[in-house]
Each structure stands twice: as C-alpha cells, then as structure tokens.
Design a protein. Structure first.
Length: 286
C-alpha cells in the first residue's frame, strides 16, 4: 500500500514546489532541494503528513464527527465535488463566506431559506409572483445554492477541516483556529505550515496531486464511517448539534435513558452528550 501510494504521489507531481524566489522559509524542513530554480518537496515528508492525516481523519469520523473540505481554487473544485459527496461529508468550493463557522446560526438560517425557495420552485415554479419578484427569487436561489449547497447537510460544526492552499483559504483557517477545530492542509512551498495542525507538504496547484490527497482522505473517511456504524450497533445516526453548534441528545440516547429509568427506579438517567473537545495537534505555533 505504501509503495503504491508513493508511486501515485510522485506520478502526480506533488513534489514540485514553487519557484525558489517565491518560497516561505518556514517550509525549509519540508524541502529536499532545488532544481532549475524550482524547490523540490521531500516526498518522505509528504507521505508522513498524509499518513498522519489519514489516521486522524479516520479516528475523528469514527468518533461521530464530520469533515469539511475547503478548496475554492479552480484546480480543487472539481476534485472535491467528485470525491467528497460519495462519503457524505461537507465542502466549500465557491467562496468561503465570512462567519461560516463563527456565525453558524446565521448560515443555518440561510440554508432554511434555500429549502423554502426550492419548495416554492418545486410546487408552483414561482407561479403567482410578478416577473420582477420571480427574477429576484430565482437569483437569490442560485446565489445561496452556489455558495452553500456543499454544506447544506452540516447541522453541526465539523470535527476537522481539510484545506487546499492555506494562502487562499486564510479566512476559513482563522475561523477554525478561533473555534479550536483541527485543520489538515495541503501546503506548497510558499505557504505557512504554522496555520495547519497537520501539514501535508505538496503541490497545491496540480489537479492530479490534489486528487490523490482528497481521494486518500476520503478513503479514511469511509473507514471512519464504518467504525462509527459498528460502534452504534448498525445505526448510522449520531448525536447531533443544534443550529447554534451546541450538542443535543439523539433519539437513540434518549431511548437508552428511558430504558435505564424504567429498569431502575430512582437512578439518574443518562445526561446530555458532552460537547466535542477540540485538541489541536501537529506543529501549530503556540
């Protein structure tokens, strides 16, 4: 497996960095050398970061948390939209709206608005509205769907965020850091590894290299979902969080609490599921 992974990474050109004149000194530990004015990334460091990320993502998903992929650059958009929906996770490929995480309640309200507009379009196709109002509603529908369609199923804050190109997605990374959400980042030689909890050094401009990273992480997500299902006794549902990001008891937890109460009169029922703890890992700067 490791040999085939290394072969895929090399064939994708993930070891080709940026021009030596456009590098970040913080990436020096991940650079193998320089050829024709181009920095060459140490493939060993890439494999090390990817394997660590796969292990962490699988564990996070297995614990009942979700993953959000962020890649708004052209090279990452199609790759993410191809792989991520298959593992039922969330993604942002258009534009990161400020407050997507830190103002999560408002984002959920906009998604409810999206559902309302889609219902109107399905039921009446906006019949009964004036042409001007219909045009405004259709424009609003397209705008919300374009920006938020990838996270419409995200009813709680993610347990980890995967980012392609830290320089481009700085707003998303700052929000994740503020909320203590661990980040896995594909970082080129011009990026800042301190912005990532788990850094995967590699070419973030090549569609093929992005495809390998996203594909491998999605495999780990699938493994984590399988572990999640096994732990829940074959029931895929997990404890969810409300629109404000706070955890609420799932129906399964409620049933267990009711059974315990009936079986032993006077015993304290199960309490609410605790909020997910976020423990940053990796090489984040203090």
């Amino acid at each position: 497996m490791a040999e085939s992974l290394v072969k895929d990474l090399i064939e994708s050109g993930i070891h080709f960095g940026q021009r030596a004149s456009n590098w970040s000194p913080k990436m020096k530990p991940f650079i193998y050398g320089k050829r024709n004015g181009i920095h060459i990334i140490d493939i060993k460091e890439t494999v090390k970061g990817l394997l660590l990320a796969k292990k962490f993502v699988a564990k996070t998903v297995g614990d009942g948390k979700d993953v959000c992929f962020v890649g708004t650059k052209r090279q990452a958009k199609n790759v993410i939209e191809e792989h991520v929906p298959g593992v039922k996770m969330h993604y942002v490929t258009e534009r990161w709206l400020g407050g997507t995480l830190t103002n999560f309640r408002t984002i959920r309200s906009r998604l409810k608005r999206l559902e309302e507009l889609e219902h109107i379009e399905t039921e009446t196709n906006f019949a009964g509205y004036s042409k001007k109002m219909e045009s405004q509603l259709r424009r609003e529908l397209r705008k919300i769907k374009r920006n938020l369609d990838g996270i419409r199923g995200m009813d709680k804050l993610p347990g980890v965020m995967v980012v392609i190109d830290v320089r481009r997605e700085m707003t998303a990374l700052n929000e994740a850091r503020k909320l203590g959400i661990p980040t896995v980042c594909l970082i080129d030689t011009d990026g800042d590894p301190d912005m990532a909890d788990i850094a995967i050094p590699g070419n973030d401009d090549s569609m093929r290299s992005i495809d390998v990273i996203v594909r491998e992480l999605c495999k780990s997500i699938a493994e984590g979902r399988q572990q999640r299902t096994e732990r829940s006794g074959g029931e895929p549902e997990q404890d969810a969080e409300g629109d404000d990001g706070r955890p609420r008891r799932s129906r399964r937890a409620q049933y267990r609490a009711d059974d315990a109460t009936q079986a032993a009169e006077g015993e304290t029922p199960e309490g609410d599921a605790p909020a997910a703890t976020k423990t940053p890992i990796g090489n984040r700067a203090e």
